[in-house]
Design a binder for this molecule. Structure first.
Ligand SMILES: Nc1ncnc2c1ncn2[C@@H]1O[C@H](COP(=O)(O)OP(=O)(O)OP(=O)(O)O)[C@@H](O)[C@H]1O
Length: 457
């Protein structure tokens, strides 16, 4: 059996009191007397429980500890303080916000042993700590649905080609992220990725923004300027809302795609540019072609490699992993007492249609993480009502099935989608949990499919 681990942080002390070792004699105790030392331990190994021994209780120490505990929010903490510290509101707040329990000196070994044992049990039921991120960040499409798995496979394939890519999807569905993933997996990954929203730039400026200008090209052009296409040399340019590109610029873009050269405004000199175009649109460009609003030749040139990003309502299996992902990503912004989502919040998210797609989910989760008053986020914190009939009016079987599904969802969320931990939390075997997942149509968590790495396909 593996030993239980404990981080013992005694800030400002020179030695860890014997009481701690006596309370957890068969545990592995990692001792730290500075925050830097504690950070080193936490970087080196995944620890889930810490005991915080505080002798002095001055304000700079409290502020530093508050930052440190915020940073390591996924751990469970037990504090041991001298009684006078608890007379300070700021110290009481620190303990309330970050610690599951506290003791006062002198420490009672028996009570401490019990507290740490319980806390360790709870901590190992809790979400797994977010995986450390190494090196250059790559665009990672979170999600486990078949639609996202297909998109990842397609991205892996189109990334290696050099033809333009056209990405279609509703607003906020993840088109730009998909474009970043194409770039990140392409041989151009070390070159720049230059995004530009064609719909956000006034028509009068878009030509000079994209193609640049020479000195004196127009009143006010005191110096020459490289356009965005030129700045993407060796990389990719992402043209979002390509359907908003004015007709005359569509012709210029087509020429660039055919000849790989551009002309700056006010110049007849052609400049060779090696840039891959990735375009995106939330309107159906084929219909825009029929209406005469988009050039047919440009459309066919762009649509050689087409990707479709499905709306969130068509891949509801992705909702909870995405919510969890945003919770981890923005953990430093959350109110310290907020530890995760309630089962009712998970249900409310599933019941909602997400017209604003992933961006809407992200915004609702970030808001809830700041505004929620309890430890778990509720539907109202997300601005969602459950939208379902009260349980009393549902037939008993329906209510049972829903309750079962809610309990499974909540456990998976708490356990960071770790099957072993979730099964332990629910008090069932892993086999039973797999059977329940199949029964409720919940996709079994898979830890290997979170990035668009073509190597993993
Ligand atoms: N699968 C995903 N995994 C993680 N984050 C995602 C995912 N899809 C979208 N996001 C996030 O949601 C937000 C909106 O995504 P993005 O900007 O890519 O959407 P879009 O379709 O380009 O939107 P628009 O049409 O408004 O330009 C971004 O913050 C993005 O990082």
């Amino acid at each position: 059996m593996t030993k239980k681990n404990l981080l013992c942080l005694a800030v400002g002390s020179t030695a860890i009191p014997e009481t701690i070792n006596a309370a957890v004699e068969d545990w592995e105790v990692y001792e730290a007397v500075t925050l830097a030392e504690a950070r080193r331990h936490l970087k080196a190994r995944p620890l889930v429980l810490g005991v915080l021994l505080v002798e002095a209780h001055d304000e700079p120490l409290r502020a530093a500890l508050d930052d440190f505990l915020h940073e390591h929010w996924h751990m469970h903490w037990v504090a041991a303080l001298h009684a006078p510290a608890l007379e300070s509101l700021a110290w009481r707040q620190l303990v309330h916000d970050h610690c599951g329990d506290y003791h006062t000196w002198p420490l009672d070994i028996e009570r401490l042993r019990q507290t740490l044992g319980h806390a360790y049990g709870l901590a190992t039921l809790c979400r797994a700590p977010p995986a450390p991120r190494h090196g250059k960040q790559e665009a990672a499409l979170t999600g486990q649905s078949a639609a996202i798995a297909r998109l990842r496979r397609q991205i892996g394939k189109v990334a290696n080609a050099s033809a333009p890519v056209l990405i279609w999807g509703e607003s906020g569905s993840g088109k730009e992220l998909a474009a970043q993933a194409v770039h990140a997996h392409s041989p151009r990954r070390d070159g720049p990725f230059v995004p530009i929203n064609c719909g956000a730039i006034p028509a009068s400026l878009i030509q000079s923004e994209l193609f640049g200008y020479e000195r004196g090209a127009f009143t006010g052009a005191a110096r020459e300027k490289r356009g965005l296409i030129e700045t993407a040399q060796g990389g990719s340019i992402f043209l979002d809302e390509i359907g908003d590109l004015p007709m005359e610029l569509q012709a210029n873009l087509l020429r660039f795609l055919q000849e790989k050269t551009i002309y700056r405004l006010g110049s007849t000199r052609s400049i060779a540019v090696d840039v891959r175009v990735i375009a995106a649109s939330h309107v159906n460009l084929a219909q825009a072609v029929e209406r005469g609003a988009f050039r047919e030749d440009l459309y066919y040139r762009l649509a050689v490699l087409a990707l479709d990003v499905p709306p969130l309502r068509e891949r509801r299996e992705d909702l909870l992993p995405l919510a969890e992902h945003f919770f981890n990503t923005y953990a430093s912004e959350r109110a310290p007492h907020v530890k995760g989502f309630s089962g009712r919040a998970a249900q409310a998210m599933r019941d909602y249609d997400w017209p604003g797609n992933v961006r809407e989910l992200l915004n609702r989760v970030r808001r809830a993480m700041v505004m929620a008053e309890g430890r778990l986020i509720l539907p109202q914190d997300l601005g969602l009502s459950t939208g379902r009939a009260p349980a009393e009016s549902a037939p008993l079987d329906d209510a049972r099935i829903r309750a079962e599904r809610d309990a499974i969802d909540a456990s998976l969320l708490r356990a960071g989608r770790n099957i072993t931990l979730a099964a332990r939390d629910l008090g069932v075997s892993r086999m039973t949990l797999y059977r329940l997942l199949a029964k409720h149509g919940i996709r079994a968590p898979s830890r290997s499919c979170y990035t668009a790495s073509p190597a993993s396909k």
